[in-house]
Design a protein around this ligand. Structure first.
Ligand SMILES: [Zn+2]
Length: 326
């Protein structure tokens, strides 16, 4: 079980202050103060730590050849890591094309999903079981575009049958079921879980639902559509819908009560953040352009669009910090 310490003034600020629903993301005047704080703090952290790192361990900040962003940098020999896709923001404004399909789909009890999400889910189920919570069932994960369209049409027709006019039926349906292309289930990283075969908000009050709310981030998952953020996600509260975003991102989003939309905005507003966890620490940074990066690095773009930025996480041994008495 991971235990983490996140070091940025912004996140300390978020933890000490009761989180209220953020209208319009993280651009309120109060949060601006937090971002200014984090900028100052991170400049200090950067100044202290970056000179301590060897050239191979540090970010190499020069941009790659824009003509060939996946080129192997000559001076390091390390290729730019593949985009994991773990942090892609998929919604109505950022849909997937009908023919998008992940290339590492695997199965868990007959349900298809991406391999990293399957591995994390398996580990999480074992942890739940060790704490005496059984019976969590993976109901749905990867969906094709055409299947999502069928689900949406079914919802739409049921609302028409209840007497709604077509416009109202479409609007109500879109709050409960994503439009085809707008569903992150098509990514293979979204998991609908259940203990009795139904997906309802009462799941949040069950032992399994409470456990997931408190612990799923330790395994790289977030509750993607929280109760207090429906004005940001435009999706009803879905305590059963988990999204795999990987580590340490899930930890940060949980600590600071950020949706994926807000996490992107948060990262774009700071130079980087540092997260200590077990024997490792992570440096996480957003870059609009690809960077030359080294080993122990994962990269996810923010979306499929060619204008998407890059979120870079570098894992480093904590020993470097111990060496200097921190
Ligand atoms: Zn779902």
């Amino acid at each position: 079980m991971r235990k983490c310490l996140i070091l940025t003034p912004r996140l300390k600020f978020a933890k000490q202050t009761p989180i209220t629903p953020l209208k319009g993301g993280i651009s309120t005047p109060t949060l601006r103060k937090g971002l200014i704080g984090v900028a100052i703090g991170i400049v200090i952290i950067s100044a202290v730590f970056f000179p301590l790192l060897t050239p191979r361990q540090s970010f190499a900040l020069q941009n790659l050849d824009s003509e060939n962003p996946r080129a192997v940098p000559e001076d390091t020999g390390f290729p730019v890591p593949e985009d994991t896709g773990f942090l892609w923001l998929i919604n109505r404004e950022n849909p997937l094309p009908p023919d998008f399909k992940p290339d590492d789909l695997t199965e868990f009890e007959g349900v298809r999903l991406r391999e990293p999400a399957r591995d994390a889910f398996t580990e999480m189920l074992a942890a739940m079981k060790a704490e005496g919570i059984d019976g969590l069932h993976l109901q749905s994960a990867y969906r094709t575009y055409s299947y999502q369209r069928a689900i949406f049409n079914e919802k739409f027709k049921s609302l028409l049958a209840k007497g709604n006019n077509p416009g109202a039926a479409a609007a109500i349906a879109a709050q409960a079921v994503q439009l085809p292309g707008a569903s992150e289930h098509q990514l293979g990283l979204a998991l609908d879980v259940s203990i009795n075969g139904s997906l309802s908000q009462s799941f949040a009050e069950t032992n399994a639902g409470r456990w997931l709310e408190e612990n799923c981030h330790k395994f790289g998952f977030i509750i993607r559509y929280p109760r207090a953020k429906t004005d940001i996600t435009n999706i009803i509260y879905e305590p059963w819908h988990l999204r795999y975003v990987g580590f340490p991102h899930a930890q940060i989003m949980k600590e600071a009560s950020l949706t994926l939309e807000e996490y992107h905005e948060f990262l774009m507003g700071i130079p980087m953040y540092v997260c200590w966890c077990d024997d490792d620490y992570y440096l996480v940074k957003y870059s609009a352009t690809p960077l030359e990066i080294t080993e122990n690095t994962s990269v996810s773009k923010t979306g499929l669009d060619e204008n998407s930025g890059n979120i870079i996480a570098v894992k480093k041994p904590k020993m470097i910090v111990h060496d200097f008495g921190l």
